[in-house]
Design a protein around this ligand. Structure first.
Ligand SMILES: [Zn+2]
Length: 487
């Protein structure tokens, strides 16, 4: 297809959405009024304290649970467990056969040589199977190979499958999810609903989990759920006053979070499906992210073009534009230049450590800053990157800050080597052992971190699933260079 016909097609597709937006003008007005009402209701329902993630970045290193890690680490898959109902039910279609057959056990640690060989096999496989680019790890075959190569287990895949099943059971009829996840049959077992009222944010977080394991609106066991979720997001897109604005609600501080996460989901769905209708929405969302970046500060905050950016909101937007590039969408070069300017403004020691809105040494914000630096091209030989990774490695996974764990796990996974193995040996069994395994709430995680009250069980479950999908959700950035094979 030549460039001209590509442009024509884009124009026609944009017109297709525009026609639907126009024809839904009345509906959009109606939705707008309802959204406004919901926003007013949210102001009443939400706690008086603003939705601020500042206090969310306190990494609690003290052990506060009753289950010591030594015990947790010993909870691993056994043949008996693999025959239980979880496996036969939700997980059977998702667990790669060879992972089940060649389950690595942390109690009989495989030799370095074996693990190296698995990684070489993964690199070789990905060298030949890269149709999906940076999202190539999400096919069933690739998930199998990468899970094995980078430290996942059949147990961790069962946990992902059970989590997705819980999410599917808590989807609303209109395709959305709520942070208040409560459905009719939740009763006493499915506690800890979130207080945050942003359906776009909740829907996007849930969808991120499905798409992270390769499910799209066109393929996979959960394609119906993803399709319904996509239709909900498309409805929001058509109702928005500004094209590509997926903040969900304009009041409060959750809007740009919701927009960033929705943009990642839509970019990934386009990257995996090449569905041109999804491309139109995804590109519009990326454009909104681009237009919302503060020109001088280089960051993002709660409202578009707010001058005082923060590392937390910046992390989601940087991943949004990174996902856009992975999917082949357009991102102006100035976004990276400006985002790096923001990162420079909150860093310490040449970029080893990152603060929230000013330079400081905090583990949570450091994990976000380092992940952004990795995607923005910092080489693994960059001294500050090594210092920052050492700091996260020494800090280790948190018992109760799932947000920090989500980011830091990605950083350590990209870094690889012994530090990743050390991290994964704690992180993976900790997540598996804290998942609910019985009753209606099976597959979910109770909120454990300082921000759990607003995000609730849905938020905690999504972050836990995403953390367990790390083995294949994104390809490890530095392994490729290590083995000198470009993917
Ligand atoms: Zn429930």
């Amino acid at each position: 297809m030549n460039a001209q016909s590509e442009e024509d097609l884009d124009y026609e597709e944009r017109s297709w959405w525009q026609r639907h937006r126009d024809s839904l003008g009345v509906t959009a007005c109606s939705i707008g009024v309802h959204v406004a009402l919901l926003a007013i209701m949210a102001m009443v329902v939400l706690p008086s304290k603003p939705y601020d993630l500042t206090d969310y970045f306190t990494v609690r290193t003290e052990v506060t649970t009753n289950t010591p890690l030594e015990t947790v680490d010993n909870i691993e898959v056994t043949p008996e467990k693999l025959n239980d109902q979880n496996v036969n039910d939700s997980a059977s279609l998702l667990i790669p056969t060879n992972v089940l057959a060649e389950q690595p056990s942390p109690t009989s640690v495989d030799t370095e040589q074996e693990e190296l060989q698995w990684q070489l096999d993964a690199i070789e496989y990905l060298g030949k199977n890269q149709k999906l680019g940076e999202l190539s790890g999400r096919t069933e075959e690739a998930r199998s190979i990468l899970t094995k190569a980078f430290g996942g287990t059949a147990t961790s895949e069962v946990a992902v499958s059970s989590g997705l099943k819980w999410l599917a059971n808590h989807q609303n009829k209109d395709g959305s999810w709520n942070f208040n996840h409560t459905q009719e049959d939740c009763q006493d077992s499915c506690t800890s609903p979130g207080s945050l009222n942003n359906k776009v944010g909740a829907t996007s977080m849930a969808m991120l989990c499905f798409v992270g394991a390769g499910h799209t609106h066109q393929a996979g066991k959960y394609q119906e759920q993803v399709k319904n979720g996509l239709e909900f997001l498309a409805t929001q897109y058509m109702a928005a006053e500004t094209e590509g604005d997926m903040r969900g609600i304009k009041g409060g501080n959750s809007g740009m979070y919701a927009h960033g996460i929705a943009t990642i989901v839509l970019c990934e769905l386009y990257g995996l499906s090449r569905d041109r209708k999804v491309r139109v929405i995804a590109q519009a969302c990326v454009d909104f992210t681009v237009d919302s970046q503060h020109a001088e500060n280089g960051g993002w905050r709660y409202r578009p073009n707010q001058a005082d950016g923060d590392t937390s909101v910046v992390g989601w937007q940087v991943m949004a534009v990174t996902s856009a590039k992975m999917a082949g969408l357009t991102v102006p070069g100035r976004v990276k230049v400006r985002a790096e300017r923001f990162l420079d403004s909150v860093q310490l020691e040449q970029g080893a450590f990152y603060g929230y809105a000013s330079p400081s040494k905090k583990a949570s914000t450091t994990s976000i800053g380092l992940l952004c630096r990795m995607y923005y091209g910092w080489d693994s030989k960059t001294p500050a990157l090594g210092v920052g990774v050492d700091y996260l490695s020494a800090t280790g996974p948190s018992k109760d800050n799932q947000y920090y764990n989500y980011y830091a796990t990605q950083v350590l996974h990209h870094w690889g080597g012994s530090k990743w193995k050390k991290w994964n040996r704690v992180m993976r069994p900790q997540l598996v052992s804290t998942q609910v395994t019985d009753g209606h709430a099976a597959g979910s995680w109770a909120p454990r971190d300082p921000h759990g009250r607003t995000g609730g069980r849905l938020y905690a479950t999504c972050l836990s699933i995403l953390t367990l999908e790390v083995y294949y959700r994104h390809l490890p950035l530095y392994q490729r260079k290590l083995f000198k094979k470009e993917i």
